[in-house]
Design a protein around this ligand. Sequence first.
Ligand code: HEM
Length: 398
Amino acid sequence: MSTSAAVNPFASAKADLHEVLANLRRDRPVMEMTLPTGATAWLVTRYEDAQRALTDPKLGKTTSAGGFSYRDMVPPDVASAVSRHMLTINPPDHTRIRRLVSGAFTARRVAAFRPRIEELSERLLDEMEGSDRLDLIDSFAFPLPIQVLCELLGVPSEDQASFRRWSDAIVTGGVNPAGLPPALIAIVAYIRELLAAKRERPADDLLSGLIEARDNDDRLTDDELISMVYLFLIAGHETTVNLIGNGTLLLLAEPERWARVVAEPELIPNAVEELLRYEGPVQSSTFRTAMAPTEIGGQAIPEGAFVLVSLLSANRDGDRFANADQLDLDRPVTPNLAFGHGIHYCLGAPLARLEGQIAFHALTRRFPKMRLAVPVEEIAWRPGMLLRGLTALPVIPG
Ligand code: HEM
């Protein structure tokens, strides 16, 4: 693969990310670029190409992607305990694991969790009551999803602080790589112990459900179980933080918009879909490796090449969505790519939607006068091109 023409279109960009992506969609919709690791990748930015790439069986998953491998940073047993999950494997292994996990992570389990998520959310909002100014990410958007994940999995309350600390280190591993190996080692050791405890005393939680999950004689192995818990953390935590954070920013950015949702809470389910489309939590962390030569939008992709699909860009493609750059809470729902597409379509989408809806209901009901504490231009996005989220969201609860 030639590297001479490769650049990173985001590296020196002072322009708004969406402007960069719009230019790429227009001029170089399948572009070879250099990643911060030094590896090269093909970046896909148009909706139709993105959708095709995500269903192309020649584009698969591997355990080391784009120059990043756990084997370079932790002992082999730890690396293998976090590498046997759905986002590192292909059919038929993927089909088998997804079927087993889906049998335990059911719509019924998610729906039954609603009152508990509401309670956790109200409790966090109680703590915000009376503050003149606070960071909504710190106070609400960050803690809520990790508390939900801990309770769902069955992490005992006395362990949740450590679990959250390791999860923080893993979530921020892209910006602070030094914190990653010790957190991985600690969390794998912890999950091993938790598995042993759940085997001895099964409870009505997802981890016990995953241990019990069977498909004829088939069950998940220990490495697969540990990897699954790990995947829930990396796939389900920061993404949901970003849904709540980005969504609240967009609703507050125009005070009439916030007022409208306060007055018409029935808009919220539709609003969540539009917020996911307009400023979704995942920029381009949907990576694939070409298992055989293939083609995307007329561009030949050689075997072994690394491909990044920008969901954020695809969801702003004017060929798919009318007035794509307008946030329109009344937009009729048209399926978008925020949760991916094809066999790896987000398994946690029903939970994420539920959390988003509960969060926006609770925030608008409890804080109808909330406003941004700084001009919208001063609110910063986190660096990195994989996810799309805020560093902080200063608000005056009102
Ligand atoms: C996969 C987005 C929340 C669990 C994915 C993928 C995307 C995504 C784009 C596909 C990745 C790919 O194709 O490479 C999101 C967004 C969320 C969210 C935007 C929040 C708004 C969650 C939650 C959980 C979760 C809360 C679990 C509790 C998973 C799992 C997969 C996945 C297990 C892998 C599925 C597979 O490979 O078959 N997610 N996710 N996600 N997500 Fe989510």
